[in-house]
Design a protein around this ligand. Structure first.
Ligand SMILES: C[S@@+](CC[C@H](N)C(=O)[O-])C[C@H]1O[C@@H](n2cnc3c(N)ncnc32)[C@H](O)[C@@H]1O
Length: 200
């Protein structure tokens, strides 16, 4: 069975996440219930710490991790929340004393509506190969700073761009977190959250 077959099998058994609203689906925000569920999973780990390389500018994810005693370290290009760290995640390694037991990874989409007008904004990149390299680079940093028994929550949608369907979920599940395997899949249309673990 290929990794893709394995992912598709897990996706068919995906856990449905309720949608209680309170987010802007068109500005790159995901259903916040995914944050809540991931925070609950990480609350049961040893270090209870999460890194989020692509947090939105409002820092709204802190509330979900705070609620269950998980510490969140989050980068954003534009920071409208005092605990966000202003940084370009393609070039900055989190400045943190511990390893992380979780990574929340919802990357900027290729060809999406602009998410910010910062020069370092990945959704500004017009060359797909360059976009792939940037996201892969951030995934590699994330794996370096994670505990071996930690979890990644990679979130991606399927969407159309330039006349073709981009299956971001399948790419995230099989191509960039080398040495990790899909553990579970959660869905809240159009968001697909892929929970990954290092292979034993
Ligand atoms: C798909 S959104 C995810 C927002 C939020 N985490 C959520 O899921 O609701 C991706 C975010 O990554 C930010 N971003 C783009 N390039 C970045 C970079 N080089 N470093 C850090 N953040 C970046 C975008 O501005 C955007 O806020």
């Amino acid at each position: 069975m290929t990794e893709l077959d394995r992912y598709r099998a897990k996706r068919r058994k995906a856990v449905a996440i309720p949608d209680k609203g309170g987010y802007d689906i068109n500005s790159g925000q995901m259903n916040p219930e995914i944050y809540r569920k991931f925070a609950g999973l990480i609350a049961g780990t040893r270090l209870r710490s999460v890194y989020e390389p692509f947090a939105g500018s409002d820092g709204s994810s802190f509330q979900h991790f705070d609620a269950v005693g998980v510490s969140l370290y989050a980068h954003s290009l534009v920071c409208n929340h005092p605990r966000l760290v202003e940084a370009d995640s393609t070039t900055t390694i989190p400045d943190y004393d511990y390893l992380f037991s979780g990574v929340m990874f919802h990357p900027p989409y290729f060809g999406s509506a602009l998410l910010s007008d910062d020069d370092r904004e990945i959704s500004l990149i017009s060359d797909e190969d360059e976009w792939v390299l940037e996201i892969e680079g951030v995934a590699a940093i994330c794996m370096d700073i994670m505990l071996r028994d930690g979890f990644v929550c990679a979130v991606g949608r399927r969407y159309r761009h330039g006349g073709k369907e981009i299956k971001l979920d399948e790419w995230l599940a099989t191509k960039i977190f080398h040495g990790m395997k899909v553990h579970e899949v959660w869905t809240s249309i159009p968001d697909i959250a892929i929970i990954m673990k290092f292979e034993e």
